[in-house]
Design a protein around this ligand. Structure first.
Ligand SMILES: [Zn+2]
Length: 71
């Protein structure tokens, strides 16, 4: 099975929509577990990496393609 490529800051589409109706999630922390934030309602959830990869449909926007965030 093809390994999905994703990195911190990417906006991804999951197989299931978030209860709020949005299906876009932003990766805000990576490690053994991955924290993703719903773009629609800003709710964040921590999911095990294996589960995340299983539920990941595709990467919508890669962080590298976006301009730097002025923080
Ligand atoms: Zn949501």
């Amino acid at each position: 099975m093809e390994r999905k490529i994703f990195q911190l800051g990417d906006v991804v589409q999951m197989k299931k929509n978030h209860p709020c109706g949005s299906n876009e999630m932003e990766i805000i922390r990576m490690g053994m577990d991955i924290r993703i934030k719903c773009v629609g309602c800003k709710h964040s959830v921590l999911v095990p990496r294996a589960k995340f990869e299983k539920n990941l449909k595709k990467v919508l926007r890669s962080a590298e393609e976006l301009p730097q965030n002025p923080l």
